[in-house]
Design a protein. Structure first.
Length: 459
């Protein structure tokens, strides 16, 4: 009996060992197969051990700078430490051979465009989240576009996406037009907000401040024949300078900031508005009067990309305008505008950008209301304008004595409202911004300009 038990125990142990041996053989074969299938190579690349993978067999966010100077076909198995680590973390993956062949067929070109190696692809043959808004450097942004393609942030869409090279050359006027940039608050909304243009594709409300700041909309609509060029004749047109803060500029020794300097010939009793905008850096604007007095602005209304000074000039002479950045070493393109009024005709006492929306106070008839207050003196003329591209505006003003004034479309076009009120008494005027129809919502611009009329004689 004991011999039989010993045999059975031996048989059970043999079976268990055999099963364990099979698992061990499978494990070794599996891992050996993996290692054989994916060889990371060595660290002979000049870009090795920098935390990014430069092996062009891979794709994913862990890929590094694939510069125009790298021989893409040869840049394999030479960044082992980086690529193996990123592969284990799931930050890169091995692309198929067909995908590699398709990518190598793309002619990326060189880095001779206007914005090379800035982290955006400026070649219109690509699309995706990392393509610049105004991409026009065909085959001239190779490093950015190749790197972003490897990282999965852009896609190649082909040569058909290139706009006609000489789209406006047949028009002797438009061949020289500077469409500007897309810094307007109303840019990329399908309408041209630049007051230099007219036609069916133009926005209902055109503001002086949007000149040269709605390039994408206006250029596309002109090409489609939806607008025509009026010219630089909008109200208060002044000086426009488009420049670039760059490494070759003057540098403030104390702050390390780059500086561009302009001079403006001002006259006493002028109101002058200096405005600086950029999408590339945090703007900072400085104006120096002829007597050396300095005026500065960083972020106008909290906007990091906009600086603005409105000055009532008291001296005639040369005013120096300095364009710089808030932080040291910042670079990029900018637009500087200088607009003047020959005489000080009125003072902006209220300038609001607001929004009618659910949650606002509601009239009994169902319209939303925003309310504001201003204090006026006897003899003042109040010019109150309300503009919106989102709803049909309706303006209501209540005087200190309880008299009501209202207007729907007095500006004569679109859906904007205007009231001119002669203040006959001292006190608070209540201003209500609302809509003509119930439950309308959207953004609006409200402005009140106060000017002095004949002051009553109280003797």
């Amino acid at each position: 009996m004991s011999e039989m038990n010993a045999v059975r125990v031996y048989q059970h142990l043999s079976i268990a060992l055999l099963v364990a041996l099979c698992f061990l053989i499978f494990f070794i074969a599996f891992n050996s197969g993996k290692t054989t299938a994916l060889m990371f190579g060595d660290d002979s690349s000049e870009f090795s051990v920098n935390g990014e993978c430069s092996d062009t067999r891979f794709r994913g966010p862990g890929m590094g700078n694939i510069s125009a100077g790298i021989g893409v076909e040869m840049s394999i198995e030479n960044d082992a430490s980086d690529c193996s680590s990123l592969f284990d973390q799931g930050l890169i993956f091995l692309a198929s051979e067909s995908a590699n062949l398709a990518l190598r067929a793309i002619e990326f070109g060189d880095d001779e465009g206007g914005w090379p190696e800035d982290g955006e692809c400026d070649d219109p043959r690509f699309d995706g989240e990392a393509v610049a808004s105004s991409a026009d450097d065909v085959r001239q942004d190779a490093t950015d576009c190749r790197t972003l393609l490897y990282q999965g942030s852009v896609n190649f869409v082909g040569e058909d996406n290139i706009p006609p090279a000489d789209e406006f050359d047949d028009d002797p006027v438009l061949a020289d037009i500077d469409f500007g940039d897309d810094l307007s608050d109303w840019a990329n909304d399908g309408e041209c907000d630049d007051p230099r243009f007219g036609g069916g594709g133009s926005a209902t409300t055109l503001l002086d401040e949007d000149a040269l700041h709605d390039a994408a909309d206006c250029s596309a609509l002109y090409a489609a024949g939806e607008i025509f060029y009026v010219g630089d004749t909008w109200d208060n047109a002044g000086i426009i300078e488009r420049g670039v803060l760059e490494f070759e500029d003057d540098v403030d020794d104390e702050t390390g900031k780059y500086l561009d300097s302009y001079f403006f010939e001002g006259s006493a009793n002028q109101r002058t508005v200096f405005e600086l905008r950029s999408v590339d850096f945090d703007t900072y604007l400085i104006v120096i009067a002829p007597n050396g007095e300095e005026f500065e602005n960083d972020d106008y209304e909290g906007d990091l990309n906009r600086s603005r000074l409105s000055l009532d000039l008291t001296l005639s002479g040369a005013y120096e305008v300095l364009v710089t950045s808030f932080g040291s070493g910042e670079t990029g393109a900018y637009t500087l505008e200088i607009n003047t009024e020959d005489e000080l005709e009125g003072e902006v006492t209220l300038d609001e950008i607001g929004r009618l929306e659910a949650g606002d106070e509601v009239q009994a008839s169902g319209e939303f209301i925003d309310s504001f207050e201003i204090v006026a003196l006897p003899g003042q003329l109040l010019t109150i304008s309300l503009k919106s591209e989102d709803f049909d505006t309706y303006l209501i003003v209540k005087s200190p004595s309880g008299e009501f004034f209202s207007d729907d479309d007095s500006l004569g076009f679109g859906s904007n409202s205007l009231l001119e009120i002669e203040a006959a008494e001292f006190g608070t005027f209540d201003i209500q911004v609302t809509s003509y129809f119930e439950e309308e919502t959207g953004e609006y611009a409200l402005q009140v300009v106060s000017s002095i009329m004949d002051i009553p004689n109280f003797e």
